[in-house]
Structures are given as structure tokens and as C-alpha cells.
Design a protein around this ligand. Structure first.
Ligand code: XMP
Length: 507
């Protein structure tokens, strides 16, 4: 196990993902929540930070239990911190050093830089520079602009690098982390999907025993993988509930329910479409639509969970990015623990014990775990789909007719992407039904019908996104199909806005 001490860098999660890609387990902790017992950690990495080490309010944790006692790697701020507090000097540089650079010097026969040579590209992102190294250190690498790009403390396994090994643009970043963690710190590479499944299933069996567990399936990757893991551990004691809110894609409810049953899951499909559509009738405010859907979902889920007698646990597909305590801009860890003041007012299922088998996994790891358990590729590779479904893709108020139109349009678009081999190249795609009618002609008739917008984006996490340059021939064919086949639509547009400033959904 490796500890990553977070000083608030936007890249901290990336460090963790790179380490995990080496099949090494790691955890992120805020710098001011250093675990009391460090015995289980084989190595420690200090992250970057938006702070300057010279600032009074910058993170200045006590590393006396770590430095010289465990292999230590300081990255960017981490490297500056180790320099500043050990007699080196860190100063503001005249220009911010940001972007690509190439190593112009690498110390020979240095295990830390094994298989990494002069000329290797690294990614810099810092305003301060280490002007002088502390005593008893050795410079290990330089770039043209940054003399002290890497150094080590003599006689101990403490290393520091000014550049970011975790970003994709640092070509040998993964090699460097491997050199440090595997060859210097001797950490075992045993964190594999198979090993995760084995230990998690054993742990779930021990924790849950013969109790009954309730889990809400959404058709998405996380809830599905969580369900399969629990199913392996407790079989039929896992009671899955899959709710049709009437706002899913065309045939999605039936298809996915079928797939779940084929996987052997004990799943109940609940068609509550009418309840959701009733609650939404006449509502056109996006946030009120979301709230109504959330409220009805809780009601339906509560009703259904009561039908499972003696349930003791509620399983959730929470993943690691949702549970990492973040370092806030003011330096303190932000409060992530929500307190339920009004426990009496909670729906009953929320009073169950919570079990979250994926809470230590990143999204890409969830997919790998799913694949290692034999979950179908098409299910694991599905685009993200928002909880409120088509409700936030129908601008304005929602009627069953509008839902039916959008389901048809969406199906033509998504099936087309699959047929043209484009589906996996797109991070998310969907169609929006706009609250405008426009004039058209069909045959000799003048029409006055709906307009739909198609949206396809590339992204890694949904936080930023860019529209996808879909082939004109594909757009042409799709537009034709939609207008010819979907009654009520006479115009199709393609959304060419990136996020920011636009969002992925239109509501
Ligand atoms: P935006 O539109 O904010 O979307 O750029 C970013 C990602 O979040 C999804 N999304 C939602 N997911 N409930 C959800 O479960 C919501 O209310 C919601 N709104 C947006 C969106 O599909 C995209 O993947």
C-alpha cells in the first residue's frame, strides 16, 4: 500500500491512477489528516499544490515519521517543500514554468532514472523554482530551464522531482514511478482486478453473512459491477431493484432487465413510468424536474425495499472519486461527511447499513474489475447516462408523446454510431428535443414541427468536454433517417459547443 499525501493539486488523483496502473494499491489522504498508523504504507508520495511553499498559510505538515523511515517521493510542491525546509532555497521564477520540457541532464547509473534518458519529455507546471538544493543531496536531472528538475537525499530513499510524472505528457512518467515504487521501495505489484475480486468477495461474505442486501440497479457500469461482486459473495440474498422511470432510452428497461437476469441476478424490474410522468406534468424548470424525479425515485425505492423482509444492508455503487477527502483552497480539508440531522425523517431504506464494494476504485478500475468477472463488453462500455434521463434532454415540460419522439430519435442516432464504429470513440452522445417548432416542406405539404439537436462529446470525466468531429456522411445519413422516420420532427442540428462554456446536457 502506498500513501499519497495531497496538498491540493489538480493532478493528485492522476498520481493515484498511475500508481494503480502499476497494479499497486494506493490511497490519497489530505496532508493535514496524516494517518496515525503508518505501518501499512510501504512508500509515500507528496503531491503538487496550488500553494507556494513560501506562503505562510501553505501546507507544512510534519514529515518526521516518514522522511528517512520510508521511501519518499516529492512531486512539484512536494519537491519544493523538501528543499525549502531542509536548507535549500525556493524562489519565485521570473516566468511560470509551464508545459513541455526535455531532460537535458540525467545522472548516470541512477536506479531512479533507470530506462529514462536525456531527451525524455517531462511536463512542468510551477511558479516557484528550487534555486539551491539542500546539503547532502545529489542532483539527478535537469532541463534547459530547470536545473534542479530532480534530486535525492544522500543515504536515504528520499527523492524529489519538479515535473509531474503522473500526466500523460511526461513520456516516461510511469517508468519513473515504477523505478521508485517497485525497484527502490520494493512495493509488490499485486493489485490486480482478479485479486480485488477475490479479496472483496471474501470480505463481503464475512461482513454480510446471511443478511439480506438491497441494491438499486441503474443500468450503468458502477451499480452493475457492484451487484455482480455482491452476487458472487451472497447470491440470492442480494435483492436488486431496477426502476423504469419512463425516461430511459428506447427498449432500455426491457433489454437491460433481460441482461441482468441472464447474469443470474435476483432482480425485480419495477415499471413506475406513470408515477414519474405524473409528477413531472407541466413542470419545465430543469432543477424542479430533477427534484421531482429524485423524490419519486426515493418513494418508489422505499416502497419496493419494504417488500424485502428483514433487509439489513443497502448496497451502493459509490466509487473512489466520490469519497476522497479533498483539500480545499483555504488549506483545510473540506468537510465531506454529511450529517443526517433528521434521521427520523429519512426513508427507511436509508437507515440500513451501507455497503459500498467499489469505494476504493476509480472508474477505469471498475471497468477492469467488471471485465475480469466476465461482464459483457457492451454493458461495460456504455456511455454515461444521466439519472433524470431524457427529462433533462426534453427542454421544457414533459409529455409521453415527447418522450416517445425523443426515444426514436435517440435510438437512430445511437444505433447509427454503433453501426458506423463510432460509438466507442465517443465519450457520451444523445439527442435533445428543443422547444421550438420550425417550418418545413414534406411532399407538397408545409410542416410546422419539432427540431432536435444531436450532441456527441469527447471527455475523460465529464468536467470538460469537446464536441466530436463526426463524419459529414454519418451526420447526413442520421439526419435523413430521423426526419424520414420520426413523425413530428422536421429539422436536425448538430451541437458544436465545448464545455466549458456550454454543458454536455442542455438542461
Ligand atoms: P453537464 O451537463 O453538467 O453533464 O455538462 C456532465 C455529466 O453529468 C451528467 N449529468 C447528470 N447525471 N444527474 C445525473 O446522474 C443529473 O442531474 C445530471 N446532469 C448532468 C451528464 O449526462 C454528463 O455525463
Amino acid at each position: 500500500n502506498v500513501l499519497i499525501l495531497d496538498f491540493g493539486s489538480q493532478y493528485t488523483q492522476l498520481i493515484a491512477r498511475r500508481v494503480r496502473e502499476l497494479n499497486i494499491f494506493c490511497e490519497i489522504k489530505p496532508y493535514n489528516h496524516l494517518p496515525e498508523d503508518l505501518s501499512e504504507y510501504k512508500a509515500v508520495i507528496l503531491s503538487g499544490s496550488p500553494f507556494s511553499v513560501r506562503a505562510e498559510d501553505a501546507p507544512h505538515p510534519d514529515l518526521s515519521q516518514i522522511r528517512g523511515k520510508k521511501p519518499l517521493l516529492g512531486v512539484c510542491y512536494g519537491a519544493q517543500y523538501l528543499a525549502h525546509f531542509n536548507g535549500g532555497s525556493v524562489e519565485g521564477s521570473n516566468t511560470r514554468e509551464y508545459g513541455r520540457a526535455k531532460l537535458s541532464y540525467v545522472k548516470e547509473n541512477e536506479p531512479f532514472f533507470d530506462k529514462i534518458s536525456i531527451g525524455s519529455q517531462v511536463w512542468m507546471s510551477h511558479a516557484d523554482s528550487i534555486k539551491e538544493l539542500p546539503e547532502n543531496t545529489t542532483r539527478l536531472a535537469s532541463t534547459h530551464d530547470v536545473e534542479n528538475a530532480a534530486y535525492k537525499f544522500n543515504g536515504e530513499d528520499s527523492y524529489a522531482i519538479q515535473f509531474h510524472p503522473e500526466v500523460y505528457h511526461t513520456t516516461d512518467g510511469k517508468q519513473l514511478l515504477e523505478n521508485f515504487l517497485v525497484h527502490i521501495a520494493g512495493v509488490a505489484q499485486t493489485w490486480t482486478p482478479d485479486a480485488f475480486v477475490e479479496t472483496t468477495v471474501t470480505e463481503l461474505k464475512r461482513k454480510i453473512g446471511q443478511d439480506k442486501v438491497i441494491l438499486g440497479l441503474s443500468g450503468g457500469v458502477d451499480s452493475t459491477v457492484a451487484a455482480i461482486l455482491l452476487h458472487k459473495a451472497i447470491g440470492k440474498h442480494l435483492h436488486c431493484i431496477f426502476v423504469n422511470n419512463g425516461l430511459l432510452r428506447k427498449n432500455e428497461f426491457e433489454d437491460v432487465l433481460h441482461q441482468y437476469k441472464d447474469m443470474g441476478l435476483n432482480v425485480k424490474g419495477v415499471d413506475a413510468s406513470a408515477r414519474f410522468l405524473d409528477a413531472l406534468a407541466g413542470e419545465s424548470d430543469p432543477e424542479k424536474k430533477r427534484k421531482a424525479i429524485g423524490r419519486v425515485f426515493i418513494e418508489v425505492f422505499d416502497d419496493e425495499s419494504h417488500l424485502v423482509e428483514d433487509a439489513k444492508w443497502l448496497a451502493q455503487g459509490t466509487i473512489y472519486p466520490d469519497v476522497i477527502e479533498s483539500v480545499s483552497a483555504t488549506g483545510g480539508p473540506s468537510a465531506t461527511i454529511k450529517s443526517h440531522h433528521n434521521v427520523g425523517g429519512l426513508p427507511d431504506f436509508m437507515k440500513l447499513n451501507v455497503v459500498e464494494p467499489l469505494r476504493m476504485l476509480f472508474k477505469d478500475e471498475v471497468r477492469r474489475v467488471g471485465a475480469s468477472m466476465g461482464i459483457d463488453k457492451t454493458l461495460l462500455g456504455r456511455h454515461p447516462f444521466p439519472g433524470p434521463g431524457l427529462a433533462i434532454r426534453i427542454l421544457g415540460d414533459i409529455t409521453p408523446e415527447k418522450v416517445a419522439i425523443l426515444q426514436e430519435v435517440d435510438a437512430i442516432f445511437i444505433n447509427g454510431l454503433k453501426e458506423w464504429g463510432l460509438y466507442d470513440k465517443v465519450w457520451q452522445a444523445g439527442a435533445m428535443l428543443l422547444p421550438v417548432n420550425s417550418v418545413g416542406v414534406m411532399g407538397d405539404e408545409r410542416t410546422y414541427e419539432k427540431c432536435v439537436a444531436l450532441r456527441a462529446v469527447e471527455s475523460t470525466d465529464g468536467m470538460t468536454a469537446d464536441w466530436v468531429n463526426l463524419p459529414y456522411e454519418f451526420l447526413q445519413k442520421t439526419s435523413n433517417d430521423i426526419i424520414n422516420k420520426v413523425k413530428g420532427v422536421n429539422r436536425v442540428v448538430y451541437d458544436i459547443s465545448s464545455k466549458p462554456p456550454a454543458t454536455i446536457e442542455w438542461e
